[in-house]
Design a binder for this molecule. Structure first.
Ligand code: NAD
Length: 261
C-alpha cells in the first residue's frame, strides 16, 4: 500500500486506460477521484466496486475536460471531498480520423480542447496545491503518436506531440518542487477508442473486425499484441513510487516496439 494517504485524480477514468490506471492506483492504496462520461448507474457501480475492492475512498466528478472552468471546479471538489490532489493523471482523450484537407474544423477544435488544452488546464489547476505540499506526481497520457505520426490523425498527433512539449516544460519548472511530470506513450490498447477505429476500418475495407484487430496492431508494432489498461496502470504506480523520484520530463513508451523502429 505504497500510496496510502495520497489522493489521485484520473481524468477519463470511466473507461479504458483511465479506468485501468484508477484501479491500479486504488490497488496501491490511493484514494481516487474518477472522471469521465457514461451512464450514471454504470459509473456508480464502478465507483463503489473500486472502493470496496481496495478499501479506499473513491469519488466521481463528471467535469467536461474541454471546459477549463469545469477542470478547476473538479480539482476544488476533489480537495473538498478527498483532500488535495497528490497525483494528477491527465488521461481523457478522443480521436477523429480524416485527411488534413477533409478534417472538419470543429473536430480539430474538439480534439485539441480535450487532448491538449485539457492537459494544460489539468496541470495548471493542481500545481499550486502540489507545491504547497512539496510532493506531486503529474502523469500525462500521451501516445506513440506523441513521438511519431500516422496518416489521418492530424489533430490527435498534433495534440499528443503538444502534450510531450507541455510535459517537458512543466517538468523543468517543477524540478525542485518535489513534483515530477512525465508522459506515458502507449501503443495499441484495446479500448472503446480503438474498437471504434476497428469498426470503421472493417466497414471501409469490407473486412471483419477480427481481421482488422490483427492488421491494425501488426501494421505498427513489432510485438503483435495489445498492451492492457492494467499494464499502463502498473507503469503509473511505478511513476508514483520513490524509485521514480528523479524521473521527470520523460516520454515512457509502452508500445510493443512501435517507436523503436
Ligand atoms: P476510451 O474511449 O476508452 O476512454 C476515454 C475516456 O475519456 C472515457 O472515460 C471518456 O468518458 C473520457 N472522456 C472523453 N471526452 C471527455 C471529456 N470531454 N471530458 C471528460 N472525459 C472525457 O479511450 P482510451 O483508449 O482509454 O484512451 C485514454 C487515453 O489514452 C487517451 O488520451 C488516448 O489518446 C490515450 N491512448 C490510447 C491508446 C489506445 O490504443 N487505446 C493508445 C495511446 C494513447
Amino acid at each position: 500500500m505504497t500510496l496510502k494517504g495520497k489522493v489521485a485524480l484520473v481524468t477519463g477514468s470511466t473507461s479504458g486506460i483511465g479506468l485501468g490506471i484508477a484501479r491500479a492506483l486504488a490497488g496501491a492504496g490511493a484514494d481516487v477521484m474518477l472522471n469521465g462520461f457514461g451512464d450514471a448507474a454504470v459509473i456508480e457501480t464502478l465507483r463503489a466496486g473500486i472502493a470496496a475492492a481496495h478499501g479506499v475512498r473513491v469519488g466521481y466528478n463528471g467535469a467536461d475536460i474541454s471546459r477549463p472552468a469545469a477542470i478547476a471546479a473538479m480539482v476544488a471538489d476533489t480537495a473538498r471531498t478527498l483532500g488535495g490532489v497528490d497525483i494528477m493523471v491527465n488521461n481523457a482523450g478522443i480521436q477523429f480520423t480524416a485527411n488534413v484537407e477533409d478534417f472538419p474544423d470543429e473536430k480539430w477544435d474538439q480534439v485539441i480542447a480535450v487532448n491538449l488544452s485539457g492537459v494544460f488546464h489539468g496541470m495548471k489547476a493542481v500545481i499550486p496545491g502540489m507545491k504547497a505540499k512539496g510532493w506531486g506526481r503529474i502523469i500525462n497520457i500521451a501516445s506513440a503518436h506523441g513521438l511519431v505520426a500516422s496518416a489521418q490523425k492530424v489533430a490527435y498527433v498534433a495534440a499528443k506531440h503538444g502534450v510531450m512539449g507541455a510535459t517537458k516544460v512543466a517538468a523543468i519548472e517543477l524540478a525542485n518542487a518535489g513534483i515530477t511530470v512525465n508522459a506515458i506513450c502507449p501503443g495499441w490498447v484495446l479500448t472503446p477508442l480503438v474498437e471504434r477505429q476497428l469498426k470503421d476500418r472493417a466497414d471501409k475495407e469490407g473486412t471483419t473486425v477480427e481481421y482488422q484487430t490483427h492488421a491494425l496492431v501488426a501494421e505498427k508494432q513489432p510485438m503483435v499484441q495489445f498492451t492492457t489498461p492494467a499494464q499502463i496502470g502498473g507503469l503509473a504506480v511505478f511513476l508514483c513510487s520513490d524509485a521514480a523520484a528523479t524521473m521527470t520530463g520523460v516520454p515512457l513508451s509502452i508500445d510493443g516496439g512501435w517507436t523503436a523502429q
